[in-house]
Write a protein that binds this ligand. Structure first.
Ligand code: HEC
Length: 372
């Protein structure tokens, strides 16, 4: 009974805090920029609308106490406040910092709030029914342990591939948010051919090749120049990969029409490439996430934490892919691509490390050995 009262109190205080956070958010343009509040349109409307939505949701929840959805909507609004491109770009530092703090507080409040909601799930039914590694046979543990190791290695390789294909696109070594933006939005001041030659294809050409190709691009990339100057370079340096004959399924540069597409102003990956990568990613990452998540369900951890860590990669991959398209539209969304990728990586990392740790250290129990 005492606990019930405490629950109720926390529930109401979470809702009241939600109301306050919404108000602070809605008012933020005014106390940050004073008379210039409306000058930055996007930030102004974003703060105002998000703040008012937060206040409305909290008010609805205060009036109708039994509703489930306001807590989740509030969570989404808090995440948006924290991760929106406007916040992450740090264009206006004060706004970014205040929005980040508000979003973080909103997140904390909604987690308390949602935990109360979970507390009201039908009583007597555990949220996650409990089979753990301790109940597994040794052969199951071998299988689960090894699949975690192999998928973990696969992930490291995927990161390596990501690094190699994205690094250096902006002409500087290493990988940065700018490189990500260039991959999807393109480098609209140059051509894809030049960018690749300065970045990933750097090892395939000499300085002289680069100078000649760039000069050709600058002079309009016409067919006559291609036949005279470019074609010999391609035959010598590139054709073993970039031709029909190579069988590598790469763009064919041995003809003018083949190279023409990359000799135009670079607008990043084509929609076709994006759709191709999207379906491969969704199938592949979806299945890997299922396997990792399935093994992870056997860990001994609080149910809410398991649920969050299991759900995060699914959310991460969908947001990541959705924001590729947004990045093609506006490069600022490269930040969201990075954030969702990091969420995915952290969640997978936790699933692998915690599972392996518990398989190795927590599974041994005398009754298990007796049971075989
Ligand atoms: C050893 C094989 C190989 C050689 C040689 C090679 N490339 Fe590539 N190239 C690749 C691969 C693999 C990719 C795809 C990489 C990726 O997706 O990032 C690629 C991608 C490209 C792209 C981007 C194509 C697109 O549609 O996005 C361009 C442009 C390019 N190469 C130019 C060149 C040029 C010019 C040369 C010769 C100086 C060259 N490459 C030599 C393997 C090669």
């Amino acid at each position: 009974m005492v606990q019930d009262k405490l629950l109720k109190k926390q529930k109401i205080s979470a809702r009241a805090s939600g109301l306050v956070i919404g108000a602070v958010m809605a008012a933020s343009p005014w106390y940050i920029s004073g008379p210039y509040a409306t000058l930055n349109h996007e930030t102004f409307w974003n703060s105002l609308i998000t703040g008012i939505l937060m206040m409305s949701v909290a008010s609805v929840a205060i009036v109708w106490r039994r509703l489930y959805w306001p807590a989740w909507v509030f969570l989404v609004l808090s995440l948006w406040t924290m991760l929106s491109p406007g916040t992450l770009s740090f264009a206006v530092k004060e706004t970014s910092i205040i929005h980040f703090i508000l979003g973080l507080s909103g997140l904390a409040v909604s987690i308390i709030w949602i935990r109360r909601v979970f507390g009201r799930l039908p009583s007597g039914r555990p949220i996650v029914k409990g089979k753990t590694f301790r109940d597994c046979s040794s052969s199951e543990l071998t299988l689960y342990g090894l699949v975690m190791v192999v998928l973990g290695l696969g992930y490291v390789m995927a990161l390596g591939y990501l690094y190699l294909t994205h690094q250096g696109l902006n002409g500087k070594p290493g990988i940065s948010v700018q490189d990500i933006a260039i991959s999807y939005y393109g480098n609209r001041s140059g051509t894809r051919l030049e960018m690749m030659l300065r970045g990933p294809m750097k090892g395939m050409r000499s300085q002289q090749d680069l100078d000649r190709i760039v000069a050709w691009l600058k002079s309009g990339a016409d067919e006559k120049g291609y036949d005279k100057i470019i074609h010999p370079i391609i035959e010598k340096r590139c054709a073993r990969c970039h031709s029909e004959k190579s069988g590598m399924n790469l763009p064919d540069f041995t003809t003018y029409s083949g190279i023409h597409a990359v000799a135009k102003v670079d607008t990043g990956m084509s929609i076709q490439t994006l759709v191709k990568l999207s379906h491969i990613h969704l199938f592949g990452i979806g299945l890997v996430t299922f396997v990792l998540g399935f093994v992870f369900t056997l860990t001994s951890l609080p149910a809410w934490l398991k649920n969050v860590v299991i759900a995060a990669p699914f959310v991460g991959v969908v947001v990541d892919i959705a924001t590729w398209y947004l990045t093609k539209w506006d490069p600022i969304f490269a930040y969201t691509v990075v954030v969702s990728g990091v969420v995915l990586g952290i969640a997978w990392g936790m699933q692998i490390v915690i599972s392996l740790y518990q398989i190795v250290f927590l599974s041994i129990r005398t009754e298990n050995i007796v049971a075989g």
